[in-house]
Design a protein around this ligand. Structure first.
Ligand SMILES: *Cc1c(COP(=O)(O)O)cnc(C)c1O
Length: 385
């Protein structure tokens, strides 16, 4: 057994990030400036988008996207209940209401045919799909059923991911990424909006910094001026050059980090594939999975105590695990505000109760991976019923 705790997630940082941050600090320019502009340009190029706007989080990115679309109080926005709090809270920021649509049992992504059915019944201002774990949603079919309704992708898990041969970030009106500490590109806190729409990109940029008209950050540079116009009550969502410097280093090794996660996923698949009580995550043939998460599912009928006991036993064996996600419709706020019962979204509720996420990050050694496998197989046989 492992003699010390294996964290569930760790950022893949080394002296290169430390040096990049030290340079920024020595430069005297700590907040939004040249590093942020360079990070945005490199990111836009990577995903194949015309514009990339760096912000302080994916939550901020989603909020700014909905603002740029002009989502109004009382509007409805389709999203999945099988996600993190951020995806739906931004809908409430606008005074709009989430219209949850259940997920497909294999992918755990929005069930697009149920989206089509919802659209036949309701007027909807936008759709926010989540590429859960990094597995792309069926964006072709979703775009087809959405028609003119704008799509804002929550791509917090989906870097680097591809739908067919196109990078996630290049497909919809807006795509929002996260650089939170546990994500596949980590700057501590941070996010990015990508879009091809120049007017929307301007609006996001302006609203990310107090509603001040363009390039306010330049006002402390030689070419800047002290004058500025506030054209709307904006937000304080800009990214710092400190974070962007980390982001630039991380971008340089994004592919190497992704390849390591692919290797770990393949090793897990091989080890668990023939076990009757364990269900492997869906890969999505023809698409590139980012492998932010490795979402294993336990057959609760074959495991004494089910997923909860399974999780406890792994922790006892010093393996950090997590569960993704507690569906939003059973969270007190959404349950009480909208009167949901657990079975209103039966697939999300059922799959949540059997899901367990295993560690999958590029700093894991082969030995770490083998110890996770050993622990999972041991627990599965110990709790077999
Ligand atoms: C992490 C996460 C977010 C929020 O990202 P932040 O950068 O922390 O705001 C949004 N959606 C999903 C699905 C996430 O996992």
């Amino acid at each position: 057994m492992r003699d010390h705790f294996l964290p569930f997630a760790l950022p893949d940082t080394d002296e290169a990030e430390v040096t990049a941050v030290a340079e920024v600090i020595r430069s005297g320019w700590l907040t939004t400036g040249a590093k942020v502009r360079a990070f945005e340009a490199a990111f836009a190029e990577l995903v194949g988008a015309r514009h990339a706007i760096a912000v302080s989080s994916c939550t901020a990115a989603l909020h700014l996207a909905l603002d740029a679309l002009g989502v109004k109080p009382g509007d409805r926005v389709i999203t999945t209940p099988y996600t993190f709090a951020a995806t739906a809270e931004v809908i409430r920021y606008m005074g709009a209401h989430p219209l949850f649509v259940d997920v497909a049992p294999d992918t755990l992504n929005l069930d697009v045919e149920q989206v089509a059915a919802a659209l036949r019944k309701e007027r909807v201002a936008a759709i926010i799909p989540v590429h859960i774990a990094g597995l792309p949603c069926d964006m072709e079919r979703l775009a087809e059923v959405a028609g003119d309704i704008p799509i804002v992708e929550d791509a917090a898990h989906a870097l680097p991911a591809r739908f067919g041969d196109r990078m996630i970030g290049s497909l919809s009106r807006f795509t929002c990424f996260s650089f939170y500490a546990t994500k596949t590109l980590a700057t501590g806190e941070g996010g990015m909006i990508t879009t091809d729409d120049s007017a929307a990109a301007d609006r996001c940029r302006i609203m990310s910094l107090h509603g001040i008209s363009r390039d306010a950050w330049k006002r402390y540079t030689a070419e800047g001026s002290w004058a500025y116009d506030v054209i709307a009550p904006g937000y304080k969502y800009n990214l710092t050059d400190i974070a962007a410097a980390i982001g630039l280093v991380q971008l340089g090794k994004l592919d190497v980090m992704w390849r390591r996660r692919v290797q770990i996923a393949a090793r897990y698949d091989e080890a668990f594939g023939s076990h009757a009580a364990l269900q492997l995550p869906t890969h999505g043939a023809g698409h590139q999975h980012a492998w932010h998460l490795y979402m294993l599912r336990v057959d609760n009928a074959r495991i004494r105590g089910g997923r909860d006991a399974f999780a406890d036993e792994l922790r006892k064996r010093n393996i950090g695990i997590s569960v993704h996600f507690i569906p939003l419709h059973i969270q007190p706020y959404y349950r009480d505000t909208y009167g949901y019962a657990p079975d209103d979204f039966p697939v999300a509720y059922r799959e949540f109760r059997r899901e367990i996420s295993l560690p999958i990050y590029s700093r894991m050694s082969d030995r770490d991976v083998e110890q996770v496998i050993e622990a999972v197989l041991e627990v599965a046989s110990q709790l077999a019923s």
